[in-house]
Ligand binder design. Structure first.
Ligand code: C2O
Ligand code: CU
Ligand code: CU
Length: 456
Protein backbone atom coordinates (compact mmCIF):
# COMPACT_ATOMS: atom_id res chain seq x y z
CA UNK A 1 0.00 0.00 0.00
CA UNK A 2 1.27 3.45 -0.75
CA UNK A 3 0.70 6.22 1.69
CA UNK A 4 -0.06 9.76 0.68
CA UNK A 5 -1.34 12.94 2.26
CA UNK A 6 1.27 13.10 4.97
CA UNK A 7 3.06 16.36 4.35
CA UNK A 8 5.88 18.37 5.80
CA UNK A 9 4.72 21.63 7.30
CA UNK A 10 5.95 24.66 5.44
CA UNK A 11 5.02 28.32 5.62
CA UNK A 12 2.56 27.71 8.39
CA UNK A 13 3.97 30.36 10.66
CA UNK A 14 0.78 32.35 10.31
CA UNK A 15 -1.20 29.47 11.60
CA UNK A 16 -0.28 29.02 15.18
CA UNK A 17 -0.71 31.35 18.01
CA UNK A 18 -3.84 33.38 18.40
CA UNK A 19 -3.18 34.48 21.94
CA UNK A 20 -1.73 33.30 25.18
CA UNK A 21 -4.05 31.64 27.61
CA UNK A 22 -3.43 30.96 31.24
CA UNK A 23 -1.27 27.91 31.61
CA UNK A 24 -0.14 27.46 28.04
CA UNK A 25 -0.08 28.56 24.49
CA UNK A 26 -3.51 28.73 22.96
CA UNK A 27 -3.56 27.57 19.40
CA UNK A 28 -6.17 28.37 16.87
CA UNK A 29 -8.74 25.90 15.76
CA UNK A 30 -11.21 26.98 13.20
CA UNK A 31 -11.90 27.60 9.59
CA UNK A 32 -8.71 28.14 7.61
CA UNK A 33 -8.26 31.10 5.28
CA UNK A 34 -8.67 28.87 2.26
CA UNK A 35 -11.16 26.06 2.39
CA UNK A 36 -9.89 24.37 -0.75
CA UNK A 37 -8.28 21.45 1.06
CA UNK A 38 -9.80 21.29 4.52
CA UNK A 39 -12.39 22.77 6.86
CA UNK A 40 -10.64 22.47 10.20
CA UNK A 41 -7.11 22.70 11.44
CA UNK A 42 -6.51 20.59 14.49
CA UNK A 43 -3.23 20.92 16.31
CA UNK A 44 -1.78 18.45 18.77
CA UNK A 45 0.65 20.20 21.11
CA UNK A 46 1.79 20.26 24.72
CA UNK A 47 -0.55 22.15 27.01
CA UNK A 48 -0.22 22.78 30.72
CA UNK A 49 -3.38 22.04 32.67
CA UNK A 50 -4.30 22.85 36.19
CA UNK A 51 -5.95 19.62 37.23
CA UNK A 52 -4.68 19.89 40.80
CA UNK A 53 -5.11 23.41 42.24
CA UNK A 54 -1.79 25.23 42.36
CA UNK A 55 0.02 22.68 40.19
CA UNK A 56 0.53 22.31 36.47
CA UNK A 57 0.23 19.04 34.60
CA UNK A 58 2.27 18.85 31.42
CA UNK A 59 -0.41 17.40 29.28
CA UNK A 60 -0.80 16.97 25.53
CA UNK A 61 -3.91 18.35 23.94
CA UNK A 62 -5.83 18.89 20.72
CA UNK A 63 -6.67 22.53 20.10
CA UNK A 64 -4.87 23.49 23.34
CA UNK A 65 -7.21 21.60 25.58
CA UNK A 66 -7.48 18.12 27.05
CA UNK A 67 -9.85 16.48 26.48
CA UNK A 68 -9.50 17.99 23.02
CA UNK A 69 -11.64 20.49 21.22
CA UNK A 70 -15.04 19.23 20.08
CA UNK A 71 -15.29 18.58 16.35
CA UNK A 72 -18.74 18.69 14.77
CA UNK A 73 -20.24 17.92 11.45
CA UNK A 74 -23.61 16.92 10.06
CA UNK A 75 -24.60 13.42 9.02
CA UNK A 76 -23.90 12.78 5.34
CA UNK A 77 -21.34 15.57 5.14
CA UNK A 78 -17.60 15.38 4.67
CA UNK A 79 -15.35 16.15 7.57
CA UNK A 80 -12.03 17.50 6.38
CA UNK A 81 -9.47 18.03 9.10
CA UNK A 82 -5.89 19.10 8.60
CA UNK A 83 -4.17 17.50 11.54
CA UNK A 84 -0.95 19.26 12.53
CA UNK A 85 1.55 17.58 14.80
CA UNK A 86 3.31 20.03 17.11
CA UNK A 87 4.33 17.32 19.55
CA UNK A 88 7.83 15.92 19.84
CA UNK A 89 6.62 12.43 19.06
CA UNK A 90 5.00 10.69 16.10
CA UNK A 91 1.26 10.23 16.24
CA UNK A 92 -1.92 9.59 14.23
CA UNK A 93 -5.63 10.20 14.68
CA UNK A 94 -8.16 7.41 14.74
CA UNK A 95 -11.85 8.31 14.48
CA UNK A 96 -13.49 5.92 16.88
CA UNK A 97 -16.81 4.52 15.66
CA UNK A 98 -16.77 6.24 12.28
CA UNK A 99 -17.23 3.96 9.27
CA UNK A 100 -14.67 5.33 6.86
CA UNK A 101 -12.18 4.23 4.19
CA UNK A 102 -9.11 2.47 5.55
CA UNK A 103 -6.72 5.25 4.55
CA UNK A 104 -8.50 7.58 7.01
CA UNK A 105 -8.54 5.15 9.95
CA UNK A 106 -5.37 6.41 11.61
CA UNK A 107 -3.65 3.11 12.37
CA UNK A 108 0.11 3.47 11.80
CA UNK A 109 1.62 1.15 9.18
CA UNK A 110 -1.84 -0.22 8.39
CA UNK A 111 -3.72 2.80 7.11
CA UNK A 112 -1.05 5.49 7.08
CA UNK A 113 2.47 6.33 8.15
CA UNK A 114 2.88 8.03 11.52
CA UNK A 115 2.65 11.82 11.35
CA UNK A 116 6.07 13.03 12.45
CA UNK A 117 6.71 16.12 14.58
CA UNK A 118 6.24 19.17 12.37
CA UNK A 119 4.18 17.36 9.77
CA UNK A 120 0.51 17.43 8.91
CA UNK A 121 -1.98 14.95 7.54
CA UNK A 122 -5.31 15.69 5.87
CA UNK A 123 -8.12 13.49 7.12
CA UNK A 124 -11.14 13.60 4.84
CA UNK A 125 -14.17 11.35 5.11
CA UNK A 126 -17.95 11.32 5.00
CA UNK A 127 -19.81 10.84 8.28
CA UNK A 128 -22.56 8.38 7.37
CA UNK A 129 -23.83 7.94 10.91
CA UNK A 130 -25.09 10.54 13.36
CA UNK A 131 -24.10 10.24 16.99
CA UNK A 132 -21.47 10.73 19.66
CA UNK A 133 -18.03 9.60 18.54
CA UNK A 134 -14.48 10.48 19.53
CA UNK A 135 -10.93 10.69 18.28
CA UNK A 136 -7.56 9.63 19.64
CA UNK A 137 -4.12 8.46 18.45
CA UNK A 138 -3.49 4.83 17.63
CA UNK A 139 0.14 4.58 18.66
CA UNK A 140 1.90 4.64 22.01
CA UNK A 141 -1.67 4.73 23.20
CA UNK A 142 -1.13 4.31 26.94
CA UNK A 143 1.00 7.44 27.03
CA UNK A 144 -0.65 9.48 24.26
CA UNK A 145 -4.23 8.99 25.43
CA UNK A 146 -3.03 9.09 29.02
CA UNK A 147 -1.51 12.56 28.53
CA UNK A 148 -4.76 13.88 27.15
CA UNK A 149 -4.91 13.20 23.41
CA UNK A 150 -8.61 12.36 23.33
CA UNK A 151 -11.49 14.44 22.01
CA UNK A 152 -15.17 14.31 21.09
CA UNK A 153 -16.50 14.13 17.54
CA UNK A 154 -20.20 14.89 17.33
CA UNK A 155 -22.13 14.09 14.17
CA UNK A 156 -25.47 15.88 14.19
CA UNK A 157 -28.59 14.25 12.81
CA UNK A 158 -29.62 15.34 9.30
CA UNK A 159 -32.87 16.80 10.62
CA UNK A 160 -33.28 18.49 14.02
CA UNK A 161 -33.52 15.70 16.59
CA UNK A 162 -35.97 17.42 18.91
CA UNK A 163 -33.34 18.15 21.56
CA UNK A 164 -33.03 21.88 22.15
CA UNK A 165 -30.21 21.53 24.66
CA UNK A 166 -27.21 19.29 24.88
CA UNK A 167 -23.89 18.90 26.66
CA UNK A 168 -20.86 16.80 25.81
CA UNK A 169 -19.33 15.21 28.89
CA UNK A 170 -15.94 13.50 28.55
CA UNK A 171 -14.93 11.21 31.39
CA UNK A 172 -11.26 10.72 32.12
CA UNK A 173 -9.33 9.60 35.18
CA UNK A 174 -5.83 11.09 35.08
CA UNK A 175 -2.66 9.23 35.98
CA UNK A 176 -1.23 12.01 38.13
CA UNK A 177 0.00 12.40 41.69
CA UNK A 178 -0.95 15.04 44.30
CA UNK A 179 1.37 17.55 42.61
CA UNK A 180 -0.17 16.98 39.19
CA UNK A 181 2.85 15.07 37.84
CA UNK A 182 2.16 12.08 35.62
CA UNK A 183 2.55 8.62 37.09
CA UNK A 184 2.97 5.39 35.11
CA UNK A 185 0.33 4.95 32.43
CA UNK A 186 0.93 1.22 32.21
CA UNK A 187 2.12 -0.79 35.18
CA UNK A 188 2.83 -4.30 33.84
CA UNK A 189 1.47 -6.12 36.90
CA UNK A 190 -1.79 -4.15 36.54
CA UNK A 191 -1.95 -4.50 32.76
CA UNK A 192 -2.18 -8.23 33.39
CA UNK A 193 -5.25 -7.57 35.53
CA UNK A 194 -7.91 -4.86 35.19
CA UNK A 195 -5.54 -2.21 33.83
CA UNK A 196 -3.68 0.76 35.34
CA UNK A 197 -6.15 3.19 36.87
CA UNK A 198 -5.52 6.88 37.19
CA UNK A 199 -6.09 8.71 40.44
CA UNK A 200 -8.00 11.87 39.55
CA UNK A 201 -11.47 11.53 38.06
CA UNK A 202 -12.58 14.43 35.87
CA UNK A 203 -15.46 15.46 33.69
CA UNK A 204 -14.34 17.69 30.80
CA UNK A 205 -11.02 18.04 32.61
CA UNK A 206 -12.49 19.23 35.92
CA UNK A 207 -12.88 17.14 39.04
CA UNK A 208 -16.49 17.09 40.18
CA UNK A 209 -17.78 20.18 38.33
CA UNK A 210 -21.20 21.75 38.78
CA UNK A 211 -23.14 22.01 35.54
CA UNK A 212 -25.99 24.47 35.29
CA UNK A 213 -28.84 23.16 33.19
CA UNK A 214 -32.16 24.80 32.24
CA UNK A 215 -34.82 23.74 34.75
CA UNK A 216 -37.71 21.75 33.33
CA UNK A 217 -35.99 21.19 30.01
CA UNK A 218 -34.96 17.87 28.49
CA UNK A 219 -31.21 17.98 27.90
CA UNK A 220 -29.20 15.53 25.84
CA UNK A 221 -26.15 14.45 27.78
CA UNK A 222 -23.52 12.89 25.57
CA UNK A 223 -21.32 10.90 27.93
CA UNK A 224 -18.05 9.71 26.45
CA UNK A 225 -15.65 7.41 28.22
CA UNK A 226 -12.29 8.60 26.86
CA UNK A 227 -10.35 6.94 29.66
CA UNK A 228 -7.64 4.30 29.21
CA UNK A 229 -8.92 1.85 31.77
CA UNK A 230 -11.89 2.76 33.92
CA UNK A 231 -15.38 1.38 33.39
CA UNK A 232 -17.71 4.01 34.84
CA UNK A 233 -20.78 2.66 36.60
CA UNK A 234 -23.03 5.56 35.72
CA UNK A 235 -26.01 6.38 37.87
CA UNK A 236 -28.12 9.44 38.58
CA UNK A 237 -30.03 8.84 41.82
CA UNK A 238 -33.41 10.59 41.82
CA UNK A 239 -32.91 11.79 38.23
CA UNK A 240 -35.38 11.25 35.44
CA UNK A 241 -33.19 10.06 32.58
CA UNK A 242 -33.70 7.95 29.48
CA UNK A 243 -31.19 6.24 27.22
CA UNK A 244 -31.44 7.43 23.59
CA UNK A 245 -28.27 6.03 22.05
CA UNK A 246 -25.48 3.60 22.86
CA UNK A 247 -22.05 4.19 21.37
CA UNK A 248 -23.44 6.59 18.82
CA UNK A 249 -26.27 4.35 17.68
CA UNK A 250 -29.92 5.10 18.53
CA UNK A 251 -31.97 2.71 20.65
CA UNK A 252 -35.66 2.76 21.56
CA UNK A 253 -35.67 5.24 24.47
CA UNK A 254 -35.76 3.52 27.83
CA UNK A 255 -35.14 4.52 31.44
CA UNK A 256 -31.53 4.71 32.54
CA UNK A 257 -32.32 2.32 35.35
CA UNK A 258 -30.13 1.73 38.34
CA UNK A 259 -26.73 1.82 36.66
CA UNK A 260 -25.12 1.72 33.21
CA UNK A 261 -21.59 0.41 32.81
CA UNK A 262 -19.66 2.55 30.34
CA UNK A 263 -16.37 0.87 29.43
CA UNK A 264 -13.37 2.63 27.87
CA UNK A 265 -14.23 3.91 24.39
CA UNK A 266 -17.99 3.65 24.94
CA UNK A 267 -20.61 6.42 24.80
CA UNK A 268 -24.04 6.92 26.25
CA UNK A 269 -26.57 9.49 25.05
CA UNK A 270 -29.01 10.27 27.83
CA UNK A 271 -32.00 12.56 27.89
CA UNK A 272 -32.33 14.18 31.29
CA UNK A 273 -35.38 16.00 32.58
CA UNK A 274 -33.66 18.82 34.45
CA UNK A 275 -35.06 19.32 37.95
CA UNK A 276 -36.55 22.59 39.19
CA UNK A 277 -34.38 25.65 39.67
CA UNK A 278 -32.17 25.25 42.70
CA UNK A 279 -32.48 21.46 42.76
CA UNK A 280 -29.40 19.31 42.27
CA UNK A 281 -28.67 15.82 41.07
CA UNK A 282 -25.45 13.96 41.26
CA UNK A 283 -24.07 12.08 38.32
CA UNK A 284 -22.05 9.28 39.84
CA UNK A 285 -19.63 6.47 39.11
CA UNK A 286 -20.85 3.86 41.59
CA UNK A 287 -20.92 5.91 44.77
CA UNK A 288 -18.35 8.48 43.61
CA UNK A 289 -19.69 11.81 42.42
CA UNK A 290 -18.59 12.79 38.91
CA UNK A 291 -20.57 16.02 38.61
CA UNK A 292 -23.35 18.01 40.20
CA UNK A 293 -26.19 18.83 37.81
CA UNK A 294 -28.07 21.90 38.93
CA UNK A 295 -31.35 23.27 37.62
CA UNK A 296 -31.29 26.99 36.90
CA UNK A 297 -34.34 29.11 36.05
CA UNK A 298 -35.33 28.94 32.41
CA UNK A 299 -37.90 31.05 30.61
CA UNK A 300 -38.67 28.34 28.07
CA UNK A 301 -41.83 26.30 28.16
CA UNK A 302 -41.18 22.93 29.80
CA UNK A 303 -39.48 20.45 27.50
CA UNK A 304 -40.95 17.20 26.20
CA UNK A 305 -39.17 13.89 25.65
CA UNK A 306 -38.11 13.88 21.99
CA UNK A 307 -39.00 10.90 19.81
CA UNK A 308 -36.43 8.13 19.28
CA UNK A 309 -33.46 9.22 17.19
CA UNK A 310 -33.51 8.02 13.56
CA UNK A 311 -31.57 4.82 12.94
CA UNK A 312 -28.20 5.01 11.24
CA UNK A 313 -27.85 3.47 7.76
CA UNK A 314 -26.09 0.31 8.95
CA UNK A 315 -26.60 -2.89 6.93
CA UNK A 316 -28.69 -5.51 8.71
CA UNK A 317 -26.85 -8.84 9.05
CA UNK A 318 -28.77 -11.87 7.77
CA UNK A 319 -28.32 -14.48 10.50
CA UNK A 320 -29.66 -17.32 8.34
CA UNK A 321 -26.77 -17.17 5.92
CA UNK A 322 -24.15 -15.79 8.26
CA UNK A 323 -20.90 -17.63 8.84
CA UNK A 324 -19.86 -18.04 12.49
CA UNK A 325 -16.35 -17.31 13.77
CA UNK A 326 -15.19 -17.71 17.35
CA UNK A 327 -12.85 -15.51 19.31
CA UNK A 328 -11.49 -16.32 22.73
CA UNK A 329 -10.05 -13.52 24.81
CA UNK A 330 -7.71 -14.96 27.37
CA UNK A 331 -4.50 -14.72 29.32
CA UNK A 332 -1.40 -15.32 27.26
CA UNK A 333 -0.01 -18.81 27.62
CA UNK A 334 3.41 -17.37 28.35
CA UNK A 335 4.44 -16.74 31.91
CA UNK A 336 3.58 -13.23 33.02
CA UNK A 337 6.30 -10.77 32.24
CA UNK A 338 7.26 -12.48 29.01
CA UNK A 339 8.56 -9.80 26.75
CA UNK A 340 7.93 -9.58 22.99
CA UNK A 341 10.33 -8.52 20.27
CA UNK A 342 10.32 -4.82 20.90
CA UNK A 343 10.28 -5.03 24.66
CA UNK A 344 6.50 -5.07 24.91
CA UNK A 345 4.74 -7.25 27.45
CA UNK A 346 2.41 -10.04 26.45
CA UNK A 347 -0.23 -10.84 28.96
CA UNK A 348 -3.24 -11.30 26.71
CA UNK A 349 -4.13 -13.10 23.53
CA UNK A 350 -6.95 -13.70 21.09
CA UNK A 351 -7.28 -17.31 19.88
CA UNK A 352 -3.75 -17.97 21.03
CA UNK A 353 -2.20 -14.94 19.29
CA UNK A 354 -0.77 -12.00 21.21
CA UNK A 355 -0.39 -8.74 19.30
CA UNK A 356 3.00 -7.09 19.65
CA UNK A 357 2.67 -3.30 19.44
CA UNK A 358 6.31 -3.01 18.43
CA UNK A 359 6.09 -5.50 15.58
CA UNK A 360 4.87 -3.74 12.44
CA UNK A 361 4.28 -7.03 10.66
CA UNK A 362 1.42 -8.12 12.96
CA UNK A 363 -1.18 -6.56 10.69
CA UNK A 364 0.10 -8.71 7.82
CA UNK A 365 -1.24 -11.74 9.67
CA UNK A 366 -4.96 -11.00 10.14
CA UNK A 367 -6.73 -13.43 12.43
CA UNK A 368 -9.60 -13.75 9.96
CA UNK A 369 -10.24 -12.88 6.34
CA UNK A 370 -13.83 -12.00 5.52
CA UNK A 371 -15.47 -11.74 2.13
CA UNK A 372 -16.63 -8.26 1.24
CA UNK A 373 -20.43 -8.26 1.43
CA UNK A 374 -20.45 -11.45 3.52
CA UNK A 375 -22.54 -11.81 6.68
CA UNK A 376 -20.79 -12.89 9.88
CA UNK A 377 -21.56 -13.86 13.43
CA UNK A 378 -18.70 -13.50 15.91
CA UNK A 379 -18.88 -15.43 19.15
CA UNK A 380 -16.86 -13.50 21.71
CA UNK A 381 -15.77 -15.47 24.72
CA UNK A 382 -14.02 -13.97 27.71
CA UNK A 383 -11.99 -16.57 29.57
CA UNK A 384 -10.75 -14.13 32.19
CA UNK A 385 -12.27 -12.50 35.23
CA UNK A 386 -11.59 -8.97 33.95
CA UNK A 387 -13.87 -7.14 31.56
CA UNK A 388 -12.90 -6.28 28.01
CA UNK A 389 -14.62 -3.54 25.97
CA UNK A 390 -14.20 -5.19 22.58
CA UNK A 391 -13.99 -2.73 19.71
CA UNK A 392 -13.98 -3.18 15.93
CA UNK A 393 -12.79 -0.55 13.46
CA UNK A 394 -14.42 0.21 10.13
CA UNK A 395 -17.77 -1.49 10.64
CA UNK A 396 -20.68 -1.26 13.06
CA UNK A 397 -21.91 -4.54 14.50
CA UNK A 398 -25.14 -5.71 16.07
CA UNK A 399 -25.06 -7.24 19.54
CA UNK A 400 -27.34 -10.29 19.42
CA UNK A 401 -27.16 -11.86 22.85
CA UNK A 402 -25.16 -12.89 25.85
CA UNK A 403 -25.09 -15.80 28.27
CA UNK A 404 -24.92 -13.34 31.18
CA UNK A 405 -27.52 -10.65 30.55
CA UNK A 406 -30.64 -9.92 28.64
CA UNK A 407 -29.82 -7.99 25.50
CA UNK A 408 -32.18 -6.01 23.32
CA UNK A 409 -30.20 -6.27 20.06
CA UNK A 410 -28.53 -2.98 19.14
CA UNK A 411 -25.81 -1.61 16.89
CA UNK A 412 -22.48 -0.53 18.31
CA UNK A 413 -18.73 -0.37 17.75
CA UNK A 414 -17.72 -1.53 21.25
CA UNK A 415 -19.18 -4.25 23.44
CA UNK A 416 -18.29 -4.53 27.11
CA UNK A 417 -17.60 -8.24 27.49
CA UNK A 418 -18.01 -9.06 31.17
CA UNK A 419 -16.00 -11.57 33.13
CA UNK A 420 -16.39 -15.09 31.78
CA UNK A 421 -19.13 -13.89 29.46
CA UNK A 422 -19.88 -15.21 25.99
CA UNK A 423 -21.66 -12.81 23.63
CA UNK A 424 -22.71 -12.98 19.99
CA UNK A 425 -22.40 -10.11 17.56
CA UNK A 426 -23.13 -9.93 13.83
CA UNK A 427 -22.41 -7.63 10.94
CA UNK A 428 -22.10 -7.31 7.20
CA UNK A 429 -18.46 -7.09 6.12
CA UNK A 430 -19.16 -4.16 3.82
CA UNK A 431 -15.96 -2.16 4.24
CA UNK A 432 -12.81 -3.51 2.57
CA UNK A 433 -9.58 -3.15 4.50
CA UNK A 434 -7.56 -4.38 7.44
CA UNK A 435 -9.45 -3.45 10.59
CA UNK A 436 -8.19 -3.47 14.14
CA UNK A 437 -10.22 -5.57 16.54
CA UNK A 438 -9.15 -5.02 20.11
CA UNK A 439 -9.91 -4.48 23.73
CA UNK A 440 -10.19 -0.76 24.54
CA UNK A 441 -8.62 -1.08 27.97
CA UNK A 442 -5.44 0.46 26.62
CA UNK A 443 -3.15 -1.62 28.81
CA UNK A 444 -4.79 -4.79 27.56
CA UNK A 445 -4.53 -3.68 23.94
CA UNK A 446 -0.85 -2.85 24.38
CA UNK A 447 -0.05 -6.17 26.03
CA UNK A 448 -1.55 -8.46 23.42
CA UNK A 449 -5.33 -8.01 23.22
CA UNK A 450 -5.49 -6.75 19.65
CA UNK A 451 -5.73 -8.35 16.25
CA UNK A 452 -6.64 -7.50 12.67
CA UNK A 453 -9.68 -8.57 10.66
CA UNK A 454 -9.30 -8.35 6.91
CA UNK A 455 -12.16 -7.74 4.52
CA UNK A 456 -11.40 -8.43 0.86
CU1 C2O B 1 -10.93 3.87 19.93
CU2 C2O B 1 -8.74 1.13 17.90
O1 C2O B 1 -9.82 2.48 18.86
CU1 CU C 1 -11.88 2.63 16.77
CU1 CU D 1 -9.40 -5.98 28.03
Amino acid sequence: MSYTRRQILGGLAALGVAGLGAGGVRYWLGRPASVASHDYELIAAPVDLQLVPGHLTQSWGYGAQAPGVELRCRQGERLRVRFINRLEVETTIHWHGIRLPLEMDGVPYVSQLPVKPGEYFDYDFVCHDAGSFWYHPHMASAEQLGRGLVGPLIVEEREPSGFRHERTLCLKTWHIDEQGAFTDFLVPRLAAREGTRGRLTTLNGTPNPTLDLPAGQVVRLRLLNVDNTVTYRLNLPGGEARIYALDGNPVEPRPLGREYWLGPGMRLDLALKVPEAGQELSLRNGSLRLATLRGVASSEVPGQWPPALPANPVAEPDLQRAETLRFNFEWAAMPSGDVGRGGSYRYWQINGQAWDINDRTCAERPIATLRQGGHYIFVLRNLAQYQHPIHLHGMTFKVLGSDRRRIVPYFTDTYLLGKNETARIAFVADNPGVWMFHCHVVDHMETGLMTAIEVV
